[in-house]
Design a protein around this ligand. Structure first.
Ligand SMILES: Cc1cc2nc3c(=O)[nH]c(=O)nc-3n(C[C@H](O)[C@H](O)[C@H](O)COP(=O)(O)O)c2cc1C
Length: 264
């Protein structure tokens, strides 16, 4: 049985989740969502079953994933599953995926899961480090193995409903999705910047150009924060607090992975 997992990642959690699950499903191909962007064409998976794995952003789906889901034709696909990685709260994003697929294809995913992984939204908090980070990653790995077994068995799993999270999403996500592409106006490279260009090479949506040897953001940002987290000298800031906070990268993520995600 062939599986295709479509993924999007900024700091590697969702890619690690895709790899862990994919390795347990046998014949499995990972396809990056950014590599399919830029065309309105429908996507008809050449596979028996399909998965979508990505992070939760502001209790909803990343903009690029929501647009991808509208193009994904799962009408003749067998089993379909969704796995969302998140820092702590985001089940409402599973309902968003349900609504998109139901509206465009008349069908919902068969199984939907969230997995808690290290949170990476540095403008708001310090990402977990050291032992705390290791503990979260170990629990996430256990959960992903359990999810892979459920998928392998073909069980139906409906997302739970939290009225509080749904209400919060209603207010938070609207503003996020309306403004996200231009939120990169708040990124700056501070004096630590060595002009190495890593930020430009890791951006999954090619939103960073090097201008006069400094990063310049092009306003089609997904806010994945790959630039901020993967800068080797932590020179990229957003707001006044990020300079004193840590950075995060899933231990399994490499710069090569980010190039692959861009379809290079
Ligand atoms: C813009 C943005 C918004 C986020 N919003 C949420 C959220 O609403 N709830 C949550 O639990 N985590 C949130 N997070 C944390 C990520 O969902 C989490 O760290 C995820 O595992 C990152 O996946 P990645 O490493 O594949 O990019 C957010 C992160 C970013 C960058």
């Amino acid at each position: 049985m062939k599986t295709i997992i479509y993924y999007f990642t900024g700091t590697g959690n969702s890619l690690a989740a895709a790899k862990t699950i994919g390795a347990r499903l046998g014949d499995c191909q990972l396809v990056s969502i950014p590599s399919l962007a830029g065309s309105p064409a429908e996507i008809v998976p050449d596979a028996d079953q399909v998965g979508i794995i990505c992070p939760v952003y502001d209790l909803g789906l990343p903009s690029i994933v929501a647009a991808f889901a509208e193009r994904l034709d799962i009408r003749s696909t067998g089993y379909c599953f969704v796995v969302l990685t998140m820092g702590g709260m985001g089940g409402s994003a599973l309902h968003q995926m349900d609504s998109i697929l139901q509206k465009h294809r008349g069908r919902q995913p068969d199984a939907a899961f969230t997995v808690r992984m290290p949170g990476n939204f540095v403008p708001l908090y310090d990402p977990p480090q050291g032992k705390k980070k290791e503990e979260i990653l170990a629990l996430a790995h256990e959960r992903l193995v359990e999810i892979a077994t459920i998928i392998d068995t073909g069980l139906m799993v409906r997302p739970g409903i939290s009225p509080f999270t749904s209400l919060l999403k209603h207010f938070l996500y609207k503003g996020f999705i309306k403004n996200v592409q231009g939120m990169d106006k708040d990124f700056v490279a501070d004096e630590k910047c060595t002009s190495c260009g890593t930020c430009s090479r890791v951006c999954p949506v090619q939103n960073i150009a090097m201008v006069n040897e400094k990063p310049s953001w092009l306003h089609h940002c997904e806010l994945c924060l790959a630039c901020m987290h993967l800068c080797p000298v932590a020179a990229i800031q957003m707001g006044s607090k990020t300079a004193s906070r840590g950075r995060y990268k899933n231990p399994s993520l490499s710069l090569e992975d980010m190039k692959k995600q861009r379809g290079e």
